[in-house]
Design a protein. Structure first.
Lengths: 112, 112
């Protein structure tokens, strides 16, 4: 069974600080996605990474896929209160079915 | 596009009652997914369909749960009989491929 472990589970920081969220597995994933979920809403896709070593930037968010495609990280620069939410990583297994495997999520609170 | 539509948004029912959750996917999307989210277990895939055909129902917890997709624009998730441990937020998501998924707003189910 493929599993994705996220760390930390909870993060509370002040506005302006930087942070990194990690998503790790012992299995290889054909692609990996990051979602953000706000209270009372469904997860919203932020990015998909496909190639080992790939780095994608979305404004103040930087996403990286590990060289071996077993891990990923999300780095936020100068966090803002609007970044508050639940961040989920999700991966497609090597069998490349439609099924996504989700991590447990990282709850981020950015205080003004 | 209106996005994925789910109804009802909130459902409160008594133990033993039948519950039916509804989902309208985004037009043109070939994949439809049902998830359950709880604090303890995170986001769990229950079942997914490709072109209206169930592909993987290994996440359906018990025979009390059933899902149907009679056509490309409608799916239901039924729980009969419901139990308090079924209380959770149920999400429907659709996808145009086996990559990015678009989530609905969820149905918050409370079974008393």
């Amino acid at each position: 069974t493929q599993l994705l472990e996220q760390s930390p589970q909870f993060l509370s920081i002040q506005e302006g600080e930087n942070l990194t969220v990690y998503c790790n597995s012992s299995s290889v994933f054909s692609s990996l996605q990051w979602y953000r979920q706000e209270p009372g809403e469904g997860p919203v896709l932020l990015v998909t990474v496909v190639t080992g070593g790939e780095v994608k930037k979305l404004k103040r968010l930087t996403f990286q896929f590990g060289d071996a495609r077993k891990d990923s990280s999300l780095h936020i620069t100068a966090a803002q209160p609007g970044d508050t939410g639940l961040y989920l990583c999700a991966g497609h297994g090597s069998s490349n079915t439609g099924k996504l495997i989700f991590g447990q999520g990282t709850t981020l609170q950015v205080k003004p | 596009d209106a996005g994925v539509i789910q109804s009802p948004r909130h459902e409160v029912t008594e133990m033993g009652q039948e519950v039916t959750l509804r989902c309208k996917p985004i037009s043109g999307h070939d994949y439809l997914f049902w998830y359950r989210q709880t604090m303890m277990r995170g986001l769990e895939l229950l079942i997914y369909f490709n072109n209206n055909v169930p592909i993987d129902d290994s996440g359906m917890p018990e025979d009390r749960f059933s899902a149907k997709m009679p056509n490309a624009s409608f799916s239901t998730l039924k729980i009969q009989p419901s139990e308090p441990r079924d209380s959770a937020v149920y999400f429907c998501a659709s996808s145009p491929s086996n990559y990015e998924q678009y989530f609905g707003p969820g149905t918050r189910l409370t079974v008393t």
